[in-house]
Ligand binder design. Structure first.
Ligand SMILES: *Cc1c(COP(=O)(O)O)cnc(C)c1O
Length: 413
């Protein structure tokens, strides 16, 4: 991977025609080390958030060498780029072939399930292996996440005890519980609440868990979505764990995706046409801007112009992507200098999670080249960025403080 000092250096050198992903390995290393130091258990990176080889390698090199995988393709990637690392197959619905290949070809021993039928599949496909770690995925009720993740997977509180007992009997190795409070979870207390629900299910089942896996959901920071400090999340999890009925040896796991990688990548796009406040870009809803289009997230942006910065006042723009589909629109608003024009490049920040990973080939677009850069991300949960990012509401040039008075927002909720 070629390294430039800053995005501007690349634009000056070769004004790229196609979108470019800017990888920030140094920022990723800081995030990985933060989780290793502050989370009181094992950190499994949820590979789907960003499966780029450099991400897997950099995480493993910085102590995050456990991986939450959901498919054989992800398992193969991790085997290649972080050989010897531990993997947990946390998708609650897997084909028998995938289970067998994970177990026999790749040494995976940890499998999630949320039904009796899936438990039977896992036992069957592994030849009734006696060394399985079985994790029962629970559906939890926790408000406060931008994306709910309990609609599709997870066993209800009513059915949980029966499956927990069956999983307990099926293995002499680890039996555990997991859940997902929802992605971009804005409330630390959601984790504690989910752990209390998990604890009640275990008590009703009258079994002990060897693993409590609190899943993902740790937030990153975006314009208009400024979460509490991550230390408040690990503190809530520590309190939740202390209140659970578990034994002394019970392990605590987590599966962060977004929080580890969101800051690590931004995307350079090019303006192909301007019509008033509409900028037609070479990337969009079918490329790396899924959340900007479908969830209308106003990601932070920066004009990158070869001849250098202008001090033109800012105004709000909306973006259109390159495909012919009329849903390929990102409403923003994105605040940029008012003289932005065809041929300008725009860097869109905070796209390391569910950004490049979501790109499709629709309409012949979607090719992204990756280069490394050394500058700071546009915003940071780990103290790496300047302490402000552009406001989404955006009085011209207005900024909102990244650090918020402690506890203030939580009281309001
Ligand atoms: C997607 C996913 C994660 C990661 O979620 P984030 O919100 O990105 O932290 C973790 N665990 C499971 C099972 C997932 O499906």
């Amino acid at each position: 991977m070629h390294t430039y000092h800053t995005p501007l250096d690349l634009v000056r050198e070769r004004s790229p025609e196609r979108p470019v992903a800017f990888a920030r390995p140094d920022a990723l290393a800081v995030a990985a080390r933060w989780f290793r130091k502050n989370f009181a258990g094992d950190v499994f990176y949820a590979v789907k958030a960003n499966p780029e080889p450099w991400v897997i390698r950099e995480l493993a090199a910085n102590g995050v060498n456990c991986f939450d995988v959901a498919s054989i393709a992800e398992i193969e990637r991790v085997s290649v780029h972080a050989p010897g690392s531990r993997m947990a197959f946390m998708h609650p619905v897997k084909s028998r072939t995938a289970i067998a290949s994970a177990y026999f070809d790749h040494g995976v021993r940890t499998f999630a399930l949320d039904s009796h039928h899936e438990l039977a599949k896992i036992r069957d496909a592994t030849g009734d292996a006696q060394d399985l770690n079985l994790i029962v995925r629970l559906a939890v009720e926790t408000p406060g996440a931008a994306y709910a993740l309990n609609g599709k997977f997870g066993v209800s509180a009513f059915e949980a005890p029966d499956i927990l007992r069956a999983a307990r009997q099926a293995t002499s190795e680890l039996m555990g519980v997991s859940f997902h409070v929802g992605s971009q979870c804005m409330r630390p207390s959601a984790f504690q609440a989910a752990m209390a629900q998990a604890s009640r299910a275990l008590v009703r089942a009258a079994v002990f868990a060897d693993v409590v896996d609190v899943g993902g959901g740790f937030p990153s920071v975006y314009p208009g979505m400024i979460p509490p400090n991550l230390t408040e999340y690990v503190a809530a999890i520590d309190r939740g764990f202390a209140e659970m009925m578990v034994h002394e040896t019970t392990e605590l796991w987590c599966e962060p995706g977004r929080a580890l990688v969101a800051e690590s990548t931004s995307l350079l796009t090019r303006v192909e046409l301007r019509k008033g406040d509409a900028l037609y870009l070479n990337d969009g809803a079918y490329g790396s801007l899924f959340d900007a289009a479908h969830s209308k997230w106003p990601f932070p942006v920066k004009l990158i112009r070869g001849e250098g910065a202008t001090d033109t006042p800012l105004r709000p723009f909306q973006f259109f992507g390159p495909t012919c589909d009329s849903i390929d629109v990102m409403p923003g608003p994105f605040w940029l200098p008012e003289d932005v024009r065809e041929g300008d490049h725009i860097e869109i920040g905070m796209l390391g999670a569910y950004g490049v990973a979501m790109a499709t080939r629709f309409n012949g677009f979607g090719d992204v080249e990756t280069v490394a850069v050394r500058d700071a991300p546009m915003a940071s949960m780990f103290g790496l960025a300047p302490q402000s990012i552009p406001s989404p509401k955006g009085e011209t040039g207005a900024v909102i403080k990244l650090t918020r008075a402690k506890g203030k927002k939580r009281r309001r909720r």
